[in-house]
Ligand binder design. Structure first.
Ligand code: PLP
Length: 377
């Protein structure tokens, strides 16, 4: 199999699976329990928090573990809205965020909030100037992702933080860094965002674990999940020790080799763009600079057919976020692409283990598809 859909989820290394098994079988206590196996589980959670916090560039107590990137995003939007509710009821976000940000924003609209959805340009980019222009005195939250999951566009979070400061805005700045963590290097303590969402399974951890960074300007976050008061009262629910052990191990593995892995991915991505764009009928979509995600279009050839055809040959790519399950993505809609370009969009996302020969196979299969099928009229 040739796996070119790392933005959907990443393969789980054996070391990660071993760490998960170890936590399940030998460190099975409840971290809240007062006897040795409980204490052992508690110290496991503390070690995992220290590992992930160190990789994010923050203090351990600034990190809340969650069940996934989606929960982190929902938590961020809700807590910023709660914190800012007396100052105003306006949010600035982009039309190309993941649904995990867009849907809680839509819920808030139903509760009387106003949301400004910034549109990207044709290449998928959003500027800090656009954000600055959209700010209002009553803006409580600005939520802009670090790396778009469909185009690979990297958004200027540091510049946006500076623009908020220059405008004297009290709004909290959230960034969904699910596709950026350990792919586009940043440190939480210098990025300028107050809230940063990450997810384990994009890095080789098991599905079902994520984290939210809470910066200094976040005060008494109102939990999304209220209950037994775990995570310092910020997120109740018995800690998912096995997932956390896998998350920490995956982070450790990625970090150990980060410079070489990123350089390798950037080289494979450059090779892929050269090979794919040399195929007649293939066009670039967006101008994403991330080392691991880019989009192209086999113009006029419906992507659902291409994906099925390639899948049957063991090549896994997608038309965009796995969450869309075949529906046209709101990201490509927002970019206002011509109809035939949009119809043929394909997202390629690579990982440290992707080889140039995987790209050769993809290029050959795409050519073959183009030559053996009729395009849409
Ligand atoms: N945000 C972005 C940018 C994503 O790409 C994803 C997953 O595809 C998520 C959030 C949701 O993360 P999770 O699958 O961990 O809920």
């Amino acid at each position: 199999m040739i796996y070119l859909d790392h933005a959907a989820t990443a393969p789980v290394p054996t070391e990660v699976a071993d760490a998960v098994r170890e936590a399940l079988v030998t460190q099975y206590g409840n971290p809240g329990s007062q006897y040795p196996v409980g204490r052992e589980a508690r110290s496991l959670v503390a070690r995992c928090r220290a590992t992930v916090a160190d990789a994010l560039g923050c203090r351990a107590e600034q990190l809340v573990f969650t069940s996934c990137g989606t929960e982190s995003d929902n938590f961020a939007v809700r807590l910023a809205a709660w914190q800012g509710r007396h100052g105003g009821r306006h949010i600035v976000t982009t039309a190309v965020e993941h649904s995990a940000v867009l849907e809680p924003c839509r819920q808030l609209e139903q509760e009387g909030w106003t949301v400004t959805y910034l549109k990207p340009d044709r290449s998928g980019n959003i500027t800090a100037a656009q954000v600055a222009e959209a700010l209002r005195p009553d803006t409580a939250l600005v939520s802009v992702m670090l790396v778009n999951n469909e185009t690979g566009c990297v958004f200027p979070i540091r510049e946006i933080a500076d623009a908020l400061k220059a405008a004297g805005s009290a709004a909290l700045l959230h960034t969904d860094a699910v596709q950026g963590f350990l792919k586009v290097p940043f440190r939480a303590d210098t990025l300028g965002a107050d809230l940063i969402s990450v997810s384990g399974h994009k890095l080789g951890a098991p599905k079902g674990v994520g984290a939210l960074y809470l910066g200094e300007r976040v005060r008494n976050p109102r939990p999304l999940l209220a209950g037994g008061g775990q995570e310092d009262g910020r997120r109740s629910g018995t800690e998912a020790t096995a997932q956390l052990a896998g998350f920490a191990k995956a982070v450790e593995l990625r970090r150990a080799n980060l410079g070489a892995a990123l350089a390798h991915m950037a080289e494979v991505r450059a090779y892929a763009l050269e090979r794919l764009l040399a195929i007649e009928g293939v066009e670039r979509v967006g101008s994403g600079a991330a080392p691991h995600i880019f989009a192209v279009s086999l113009v006029g050839y419906p992507s659902a057919n291409v994906i099925e055809d390639l899948g049957a040959q063991g090549i896994c790519i997608s038309a965009g976020s796995a969450c869309h399950r075949g529906r046209t993505s709101h990201v490509y809609e927002a970019m206002n692409l011509p109809k035939k370009v949009k119809a043929g969009v394909l997202r390629v996302s690579i990982g440290p283990e992707t080889r140039k020969s995987d790209i050769d196979a993809l290029a050959a299969a795409l050519k073959n598809h183009r030559d053996s099928r009729f395009p849409m009229l």
